[in-house]
Design a protein around this ligand. Structure first.
Ligand SMILES: Nc1ncnc2c1ncn2[C@@H]1O[C@H](COP(=O)(O)OP(=O)(O)OP(=O)(O)O)[C@@H](O)[C@H]1O
Length: 779
C-alpha cells in the first residue's frame, strides 16, 4: 500500500538524519581505529623496554615474569579494543547506504505510547540521546515484523512474553542513502517487496533474505527449544536461506557465549559452499566452518593412505550402470546395507566386542628395528581387566609407549655420545658433544613418536576387513543387529576387501571405517561444536546421522532437506526402511507423503524422538508458478508444493528428431535465453558422461559455454553445462534440460534427479528431448 506525500517526505528526512548520524560515527570510529592501532603498535614495540629483565635469582625471575605478563595483558587489551572498534566500523560502513529496511509501530499492553521500531541489519544508538535509532533484525522485538500482520501481537524475550498491538508494518527501499520507495504491508511480509526480490536475476552467489523472511521461515530461524530440528521443505522453499539466517541469528543471540567456531555447516559440495559464501558477511557475521562430509571424511582418513571415492563418482556409477549387471546389483545392495542402521549396529557391536579382545596391533618399528612388538602391545592392552572404554585404554597405552620412547631416546643418546667420544676426528668440547648426541637421538626417535601419536600401531583397516573375511565374526555381529545380510554378501565382501587391499576406499565404506576408527582410537567426540546444520539432509543416511550424533554430543542439530530430491541410493534406503516391496519401488520414484513420514520418523528415532521437531515449508519461492506446477507433475503423489504467485512463461517441450538436431536446438535455445536477458543459463545433463559429450558437441556453436565439474570451485554468470546432481541447491535464470528423452530418463531411480533439475529454474525452463519424451512427463 503506497503512503501519502507528507508521510513519505518525513520518512525521507529521517533516512537522511539517521544516515548523517551514522556517517559522523564512522568518522569518529575511523579515528579511534587509527589511534588504537598506533597505541597497540607502540606498546608492542616498547614491550621489552618496559620490562625489567633480571635473572640473577629466583625472586627476580618471578618479578620479571610478572612484569611480562602485565605488559602482555595491556597489549592484549589494546588489541581487543582495536578489533572491537574495527568491527563496529565495518558494520556501520556496510549499512550506511541503507540503514534500515522496515518499521513497526507497537503499543505494549498497558502503555500509552506507540513505539516506532526501525529494523535494519545492525542496531544503532544515538550516542547523545541514547535513543535506539535502528534495531537489529535479530532483536526479540523485531520478530513482530516477521510474525504478525497488524493487530494483536506478542514477542518473546528471554525473561517473558510481551503482548500488545501492532499498528503498522512499513517497508523501505533505500539505495545510496536515498529513500527510493516506501509502502505499508498487510498480512504477510510485503508481497510487493517479495515480488521485487524474486523477479530479479539469479546471481552466481546467494543473497540474504533478511528483508522478506516469511513467518514460517522465521519460526525455524529463531527456534531455541529443540535439540533436533528437521525441516522438510519443498524445492525453493528457502531451506538454505533459512539455515544461513539461523546461523546469523544464533551468533547474535548468544554472542557472549557462542562463536563461529562452535558451529558447523555441512554443504553438498565446494561449489555450493562458494555459492552461499556471501550471505553471512552480508549479514555482518564472520563466516563459519563450512565443509562437505566428503572433506570431513578425507581429513579423518589422511593417515590411512587410502584414496577415498567421491560421492559423485559413486552416483555416476549408479546412474550409468544397469541392474542386469550382477556386479552393479551387488554394489547397490552394498551401498544400501552399509548406509543402514543395521550395519551401524554391526559396527557398534564390533566396538563392544573389542573391549574383550580382537584389536589388531602392529609392531612399532623404525626401519627394521622393532621397538615394541604387536604381542607386547596386545598384552599391555588386554593383560589386565579394565572397566575403562576402549578409547581411554588406548590413551593409557599411548602414554606407556611414549614413556618407553623417552627411555629409548635416553639410551640412544648415550650410545651416540659414546660414539662421539671414541671418534678421533671429532674435537668438540664435552657440552658440545652432549648437545649433539641429544639432538641426534631426538631426531632418530621423532618418527616413532609421531607414529605413536597417530596410533599407527593399531590396524583399524585390517579390523574393518575382518568384517568381510571372518565368517564367525560376521555371524556373531550380524546376529546382534537383527537384520539379515544382503543376498550378494559374498560378492560384496570380495569386492570390499579387494578395493581396500588396492588402497581404494569406496564412499559407502568411508563412514563405517571412520566410525570404527573413532571407537577404537577414542577420538570420536568433538565437544566444541554446539550447533550442527546439515543442508540437503535427504542425502545423508541413517548411518551418517547416528555418526554425527556421536561425533557432536553437545550439539543441537538443524537438518534441512527435501526427500523429493533424494538422489543418492541410501537416501532411498532411508525412506524405505521397513516398508513393503511395492512401497520401496515408489520410494525410488518420489517420496509420497507417507514415505516422507517414514523418513522423518527414522531420523527422529535416531536422534531422539522427544527432542525432535519436524517443520514443513510448502511454499516455493524460487520458480514461477508455471515452472513449479510443471515440476510437480514429475512426482505424482508427492507432497503438494504451493507456488508463490509469480507468473512467467510456460515451460516449453522441444523435440528433436536426431542427435544433430538436438545439439542445434539446445544451442539455439541457450542463445535465445542469453540474448533475452537471462544472466545465468544452465544446460543440465543427467550425468557427467552426458555432460562431457554434450559439451564437446555444443562448444563450436556456443564458444563461451563453461563446463562445471565436481572439481569446479566457483562459477560465473553466463551459459554453463553441468550434470543434474551438481546443480543441486543452485539456481539459474534459465534452465535447459539437455535431453529429457525416454532413453535418458526412464528408470524410477532417475525421477527425483529429473525433478531436482527442473526445480533449478527461476524464470525459464526449456525441456529438450530426442525422440520420445520421458515417461515422467507423460502423466
Ligand atoms: N523469504 C524469502 N524472501 C525472498 N526470497 C526468498 C525467500 N525465501 C526463499 N527465497 C529465495 O528462493 C530461492 C530458493 O531459496 P533456497 O535456495 O534457500 O531454497 P531451498 O529450499 O534450499 O531450495 P532447494 O531445496 O530447491 O535447493 C532463493 O533465490 C532465495 O533467495
Amino acid at each position: 500500500m503506497a503512503i501519502g506525500n507528507e508521510e513519505r517526505e518525513k520518512e525521507a528526512q529521517r533516512v537522511s538524519v539517521v544516515r548523517g548520524n551514522i556517517q559522523r560515527r564512522i568518522i569518529e570510529l575511523r579515528q579511534t581505529v587509527d589511534d588504537r592501532r598506533s597505541e597497540a603498535t607502540a606498546i608492542g614495540r616498547s614491550f621489552w623496554d618496559d620490562i625489567s629483565v633480571n635473572a640473577d635469582n629466583d625472586d627476580d625471575l618471578i618479578e620479571t615474569a610478572a612484569s611480562m605478563a602485565q605488559q602482555e595483558h595491556v597489549l592484549q587489551g589494546q588489541e581487543r579494543s582495536y578489533r572491537l572498534a574495527q568491527d563496529a566500523l565495518r558494520k556501520l560502513e556496510r549499512v550506511v547506504d541503507a540503514p534500515y529496511f522496515s518499521r513497526i509501530d507497537f503499543q505494549e499492553k498497558g502503555e500509552q505510547d506507540r513505539e516506532k521500531i526501525y529494523i535494519g541489519l545492525t542496531s544503532f544508538i544515538d550516542s547523545k540521546t541514547d535513543e535506539i535509532l535502528i534495531y537489529d533484525w535479530r532483536a526479540p522485538i523485531a520478530s513482530l515484523f516477521y510474525d504478525y500482520p497488524p493487530g494483536p501481537a506478542t514477542y518473546r524475550t528471554p525473561e517473558m512474553d510481551v503482548s500488545g498491538e501492532l499498528w503498522l508494518k512499513r517497508q523501505y527501499i533505500i539505495k545510496s542513502g536515498e529513500l527510493q520507495d516506501v509502502f505499508d504491508t498487510g498480512i504477510s511480509i510485503g508481497d510487493e517487496m517479495l515480488q521485487k526480490m524474486l523477479s530479479r536475476s539469479a546471481d552466481e552467489k546467494m543473497s540474504s533474505i533478511v528483508t522478506t523472511i516469511q513467518r514460517e521461515q522465521n519460526q525455524i530461524i529463531r527456534d531455541d527449544h529443540h535439540k533436533v530440528l528437521v525441516v522438510q521443505g519443498a524445492a525453493g522453499s528457502g531451506k538454505t536461506s533459512v539455515a544461513l539466517q539461523r546461523i546469523a541469528y544464533l551468533l547474535y543471540k548468544y554472542r557472549t557465549t557462542l562463536s563461529a567456531d562452535n558451529m558447523i555447516l555441512f554443504s553438498p559440495n565446494s561449489l555450493f559452499s562458494d555459492y552461499v559464501s556471501r550471505v553471512l558477511p552480508e549479514l555482518g557475521e564472520a563466516t563459519m566452518q563450512q565443509t562437505t562430509f566428503q572433506d570431513y571424511l578425507t581429513h579423518k582418513l589422511t593417515d590411512t593412505g587410502l584414496k577415498l571415492e567421491d560421492p559423485y563418482d559413486q552416483l555416476e556409477f549408479i546412474l550409468t550402470g544397469t541392474e542386469k549387471d550382477p556386479m552393479y546389483a551387488a554394489r547397490l545392495q552394498s551401498i544400501t546395507y552399509k548406509t543402514s542402521e543395521a550395519f551401524l549396529r554391526v559396527i557398534e557391536a564390533y566396538g563392544d566386542k573389542l573391549k574383550e579382545g580382537g584389536i589388531r596391533f602392529v609392531d612399532l618399528a623404525v626401519g627394521k628395528k622393532v621397538l615394541i612388538t604387536a604381542d607386547e602391545l596386545s598384552e599391555r592392552f588386554y593383560g589386565k581387566p579394565s572397566i575403562l572404554a576402549i578409547g581411554e585404554r588406548m590413551e593409557q597405552l599411548s602414554e606407556w609407549i611414549l614413556e618407553k620412547l623417552d627411555v629409548f631416546q635416553a639410551d640412544v643418546q648415550k650410545r651416540f655420545y659414546r660414539k662421539l667420544v671414541r671418534e678421533p676426528k671429532y674435537m668438540g668440547s664435552e657440552p658440545e658433544m652432549k648437545k649433539m648426541s641429544r639432538v641426534k637421538a631426538h631426531k632418530a626417535i621423532t618418527p616413532l613418536r609421531e607414529k605413536a601419536q597417530k596410533l599407527a600401531y593399531v590396524d583399524v583397516l585390517g579390523m574393518y576387513k575382518e568384517l568381510f573375511t571372518d565368517a564367525s565374526l560376521q555371524q556373531e555381529l550380524v546376529g546382534l543387529s537383527h537384520q539379515p545380510l544382503p543376498e550378494a554378501w559374498t560378492t560384496i565382501s570380495e569386492v570390499t576387501v579387494g578395493a581396500l587391499t588396492q588402497g581404494h576406499l569406496r564412499y559407502e565404506d568411508a563412514t563405517p571405517l571412520v566410525y570404527l576408527k573413532g571407537l577404537v582410537e577414542g577420538q570420536l567426540r568433538v565437544g566444541t561444536i554446539r550447533y550442527c546444520l546439515v543442508d540437503e539432509a535427504q542425502d545423508y543416511s541413517p548411518f551418517h546421522y547416528a555418526y554425527l550424533k556421536k561425533l557432536f554430543p553437545r550439539a543441537r542439530f538443524t537438518l534441512l532437506g527435501d526427500w523429493n530430491q533424494g538422489i543418492f541410493t541410501h537416501a532411498n534406503a532411508n525412506v524405505s526402511v521397513s516398508v513393503s516391496e511395492s512401497e520401496k519401488t515408489s520410494a525410488l520414484e518420489g517420496a509420497s507423503v507417507a514415505q516422507q513420514e517414514q523418513g522423518y520418523s527414522s531420523i527422529s528415532e535416531l536422534m531422539g524422538e522427544d527432542e525432535t521437531e519436524t517443520i514443513r515449508l510448502v511454499k516455493s519461492y524460487r520458480s514461477t508458478r508455471e515452472i513449479t506446477d510443471f515440476a510437480c507433475q514429475v512426482l505424482p503423489g508427492g507432497e503438494p508444493v504451493e507456488p508463490f504467485s509469480r507468473s512467467g512463461e510456460e515451460p516449453r517441450l522441444l523435440r528433436a528428431a536426431s542427435e544433430q538436431e538436438l545439439v542445434r536446438l539446445v544451442a539455439e535455445t541457450a542463445a535465445l535465453r542469453r540474448d533475452g536477458g537471462a544472466s545465468s543459463v544452465a544446460i543440465i545433463c543427467k550425468t557427467e558422461r552426458e555432460t562431457a559429450s554434450a559439451h564437446g558437441r555444443l562448444k563450436p556453436l556456443l564458444p563461451d559455454l563453461a563446463r562445471i565439474s565436481k572439481d569446479t570451485l566457483h562459477y560465473e554468470a553466463g551459459v554453463m553445462i553441468l550434470p543434474a546432481y551438481l546443480a543441486k541447491g543452485l539456481e539459474f535464470d534459465a534452465v535447459i534440460l539437455y535431453d529429457a528423452g525416454a532413453a535418458v530418463y526412464a528408470e524410477p531411480k532417475e525421477r527425483k534427479l529429473f525433478y531436482t533439475a527442473c526445480t533449478r529454474a527461476l524464470h525459464y525452463l526449456d525441456v529438450c528431448y530426442l525422440g520420445e519424451l520421458t515417461p515422467f512427463l507423460r502423466g
